[in-house]
Ligand binder design. Structure first.
Ligand SMILES: C[S@@+](CC[C@H](N)C(=O)[O-])C[C@H]1O[C@@H](n2cnc3c(N)ncnc32)[C@H](O)[C@@H]1O
Length: 252
């Protein structure tokens, strides 16, 4: 069962902060996805979690609740928590009684993550729900990979955004990562696989024409389904250290 306060916010769409002002939530991680995060933490016994993007703190509350059950602590990064969100995320965590289990850093992730690496911090769970810009997220992932323990889990939200999908096309193919799961259930998979099998059945078509047909029906969609990243929220597991050599490359 999820935290009572969190359940109530999901059903009413708001909460009252300690200044007695109503806070109408938006941009939040939906309930089913919060349950998905909690399930991953529970089943994998994670206890050292990190999150990028605090806002009104819905996912932060879900993660902190589950991490606390595992005896751990949670770290959340957001440069705009006061400036844009008026500290209401922290207010929510305090109301739920989880403030002692939360470390909040008011800064950009690209400044905080290198510091965590310098401090030799290690995490076993990460949730990314911040900017949707490819290069910013690429930098975040680079550092997260370095501070992630073996078997650690990194969950990306908003994988339907082109920049994030592009990034996942690369890291889902890293030798030291595997796609663990996704939510909601893979909506495009079967359809995409059907298209692929139709192309394969085109017998007397030359390779060039086959390639043309493939690009016409969006090869990327097929590849994303095969990689297991054609969804809104995708979890990856770091299965090993990074052993790629200096000229490692693949198209994505
Ligand atoms: C969609 S909201 C997060 C919602 C939150 N996960 C929830 O469930 O309520 C995205 C947040 O990312 C923050 N953000 C944007 N760029 C960031 C960055 N580079 N580092 C940390 N946080 C960032 C924004 O300030 C915003 O609060």
């Amino acid at each position: 069962m999820m935290n009572e306060l969190l359940e109530k916010i999901f059903s009413t769409g708001e909460f009252v902060n300690k200044k007695r002002e109503p806070v109408k939530i938006h941009s939040e991680t939906p309930k089913y996805q919060c349950e998905f995060l909690q399930q991953l933490i529970r089943e994998n016994q994670c206890s050292r979690s990190i999150e990028i993007g605090f806002a009104y703190g819905l996912s932060t509350l879900a993660i902190t609740e589950q991490i606390t059950k595992n005896g751990g602590i949670h770290l959340v990064i957001d440069p705009f928590e006061y400036e844009h969100w008026e500290g209401n995320g922290l207010d929510l965590i305090e109301q739920a009684g989880y403030l002692p289990s939360l470390t909040f850093v008011e800064d950009f992730s690209y400044k905080v993550l290198p510091e965590l690496l310098k401090q030799e911090k290690q995490f076993d769970f990460a949730y990314i729900d911040s900017t949707k810009v490819f290069d910013f997220l690429m930098v975040d992932f680079f550092y997260l990979d370095k501070i992630m323990a073996k078997n650690g889990i990194i969950v990306f939200d908003d994988v339907n955004f082109p920049g994030i999908r592009k990034l996942l096309r690369l890291i889902a193919q890293f030798p030291h990562y595997e796609v663990l799961s996704q939510t909601p259930v893979n909506p495009e998979g079967p359809k995409a696989h059907n298209i692929n099998s139709i192309i394969k059945k085109l017998p007397r078509v030359n390779t060039y024409l086959k390639q043309k047909v493939k690009s016409l029906i969006n090869l990327e969609l097929l590849k994303d389904a095969k990689l297991g990243i054609n969804n809104h929220c995708v979890a990856l597991r770091k299965i090993d250290s990074d052993h790629r050599n200096w000229y490692w490359h693949l198209e994505f």
